[in-house]
Design a binder for this molecule. Structure first.
Ligand SMILES: [Zn+2]
Length: 76
């Protein structure tokens, strides 16, 4: 199971309603009020290396691809 999409199993479990209910009960992610799990990349869903500055909310890998389009300029 990946953190990006815990509902991937639903395609298999749609044929087993009781097992699906059990899966939802024990495997659904808890509702968070704070923490790094809230700060996911809006582009790819990655948790690490998150850039909050300027309200970007993207990871460093996506920033590297989008930076020029956003108006950032590399000086070195
Ligand atoms: Zn990303």
């Amino acid at each position: 199971m990946t953190t990006s999409d815990w509902k991937k199993m639903f395609t298999q479990l749609d044929f087993k309603p009781i097992k699906k209910a059990k899966y939802i009960k024990f495997n659904s992610p808890a509702a968070r009020s704070c923490g790094r799990a809230l700060r996911k990349c809006q582009n790819c869903g990655r948790l690490g290396a998150h850039i909050n500055k300027y309200g970007l909310h993207i990871c460093r890998q996506c920033f590297r691809e989008m930076a020029v389009g956003l108006g950032f300029k590399k000086f070195s």
